[in-house]
Design a protein. Structure first.
Length: 382
C-alpha cells in the first residue's frame, strides 16, 4: 500500500457540497442541502449565552451532560412512552453522523455484512466500508419507497451484522410503522444481526401519524442503536449535537468508539438544550404542524407545474419527478436547474447503487414561505 492508496476510492466530494457550491456561485435559491433557514429558538440561544457567561466552557463528560441525558429520557417517556436509562443508554454525539459512524465501528468487523436500503443516506456506506464490511444494498419498493421484505430477506443471513434503517426516510419522505418493526424482528431473529435506526427526523411525521421508533419494539430493544439529532429539531444543524440510544451492553461498546472519535460535545450547548427541554418540553410537538404547513404550501405552489410530486409522510424533503420535463440524468438536470432556473435541488442517484426507475430530484421545504414562493415561481416556469 502506498501513501496515495485511498481507503475509499469510490468516494468523492458529497453531492450536497457540490450542489450547494454551485448554488452559491450562481446565486440560486438553495432547496438542495437539508438545512432550515429559520433561527433556533431565542430562549435556547439565551441559555447558551448564560452558560458561556458562567464558565461552562470545558469538557463535558464523555457520555454527555447528565442533565441533558435525563431530559432526553424524560422527553422519550412523554412523547412515546419509552423507558430509557439516561445514564446507561444515552450518549451525546457530535451530530447524528458521528453517532452513525460510532455505532457501525462499535460492532462491525472486517468480513461482516451490512444491509442498506436504497436510496440510502450517503454516510452509511463509507462508514461500513471503513469498518471492513461488505455492503449488501436492497432497493426500496417503488413507487411508495416501502420495504420489499421478500427482497430484503435474500441478503440477511449468518454474516449480517447490521441492517441500517432510516425513518422518516431521507430522501424519500417515507415512514415506517409498528408492523414494519415486527417484520424486521421476524427477519433478523434467527441471525445475530443488529439494527441501526436513523431517526433524526422523528419530530417531522405528518397527517396525524406518530413516529414509530425501533426502541418501541420489545423484540428489537436490546439489539438496536437509535440515532437522533438536535440540529434538526432546533434549526441548528451547525451546532452538530445529536445522540444515540442503545441497550446498556451496546452503549458500552458504542462509547468505546465515541471516546476516541470526539470524546465530548459542546458543553454550553448541552447545558442550554437541557434547560430548554425542561422549560419547553412541548416544543418538539409543534414541529410536525410547522413543517406540514410548508409541505402543503410548496405542493400547492407546484400543483400546476410539470413536476410530479410524490407523497411526503415525514422529513422536510419533497421528491419530484421531472420525467415530463427532461430525459437527462438527475445530476445533469440539477446542474441545469441551478444554471438556467436559479433553484438548487439534490439528485437521487448518489443515494443508490443502481439506477432508479424514475427521474427524481429532492427539494428541501424547510424554508420560509417567501423563499418557497420564489423558488416555486421559477420552477413553475419550466
Amino acid at each position: 500500500m502506498t501513501p496515495l492508496d485511498s481507503k475509499l476510492p469510490g468516494v468523492g466530494t458529497t453531492i450536497f457540497t457540490v450542489m450547494s457550491r454551485l448554488a452559491t456561485e450562481s446565486g440560486a435559491i438553495n432547496l438542495g442541502q437539508g438545512f432550515p433557514d429559520f433561527q433556533p429558538p431565542a430562549r435556547l440561544c439565551g441559555f447558551i449565552a448564560e452558560h458561556l457567561a458562567v464558565g461552562h466552557n470545558q469538557y463535558a463528560p464523555m457520555p454527555g451532560l447528565p442533565a441533558l441525558c435525563e431530559a432526553i429520557a424524560a422527553q422519550a417517556r412523554r412523547r412515546h412512552g419509552l423507558a430509557i436509562d439516561a445514564a446507561g443508554e444515552v450518549t451525546i454525539t457530535a451530530g447524528g453522523t458521528e453517532a452513525l459512524f460510532a455505532a457501525i465501528h462499535a460492532v462491525v468487523r472486517p468480513g461482516d455484512e451490512v444491509v442498506m436500503l436504497d436510496p440510502a443516506y450517503d454516510s452509511y456506506g463509507p462508514a461500513a466500508e471503513l469498518a471492513g464490511a461488505r455492503l449488501r444494498r436492497v432497493p426500496l419498493r417503488m413507487p411508495d419507497f416501502g420495504i420489499d421484505y421478500e427482497r430484503l430477506a435474500a441478503p440477511v443471513g449468518p454474516r449480517t451484522r447490521f441492517l441500517i434503517v432510516n425513518t422518516p426516510h431521507n430522501p424519500t419522505g417515507a415512514v415506517l410503522v409498528a408492523s414494519d418493526w415486527e417484520r424486521i424482528a421476524d427477519l433478523i431473529e434467527p441471525t445475530g444481526a443488529l439494527v441501526l435506526s436513523d431517526e433524526v427526523y422523528e419530530c417531522m411525521v405528518y397527517d396525524g401519524r406518530l413516529h414509530a421508533s425501533v426502541l418501541s419494539n420489545e423484540r428489537l430493544r436490546n439489539r438496536c442503536f437509535a440515532v437522533f439529532s438536535f440540529g434538526k429539531v432546533y434549526n441548528a444543524t451547525g451546532w452538530k449535537v445529536g445522540y444515540c440510544v442503545a441497550a446498556p451492553a451496546l452503549t458500552v461498546e458504542f462509547r468505546k468508539v465515541h471516546q476516541f472519535l470526539t470524546f465530548s460535545v459542546s458543553t454550553p450547548v448541552q447545558y442550554a438544550i437541557a434547560d430548554f427541554m425542561r422549560e419547553e418540553p412541548a416544543f418538539h410537538d409543534g414541529l410536525a404542524p410547522f413543517y406540514q404547513s410548508r409541505r402543503d404550501r410548496f405542493a400547492t405552489l407546484l400543483s400546476n407545474s410539470r413536476f410530479e410530486l410524490r407523497p411526503v409522510a415525514g422529513t422536510y424533503f419533497q421528491l419530484a419527478d421531472y420525467g415530463a420535463i427532461s430525459d437527462e440524468s438527475d445530476i445533469e438536470f440539477c446542474k441545469r436547474l441551478i444554471r438556467e432556473h436559479g433553484v438548487a435541488a439534490i439528485p437521487l442517484s448518489p443515494f443508490c447503487a443502481e439506477p432508479l426507475p424514475a427521474q427524481l430530484v429532492r427539494f428541501c421545504f424547510a424554508k420560509d414561505y417567501e423563499t418557497l414562493e420564489r423558488a416555486a415561481e421559477r420552477l413553475a416556469r419550466i
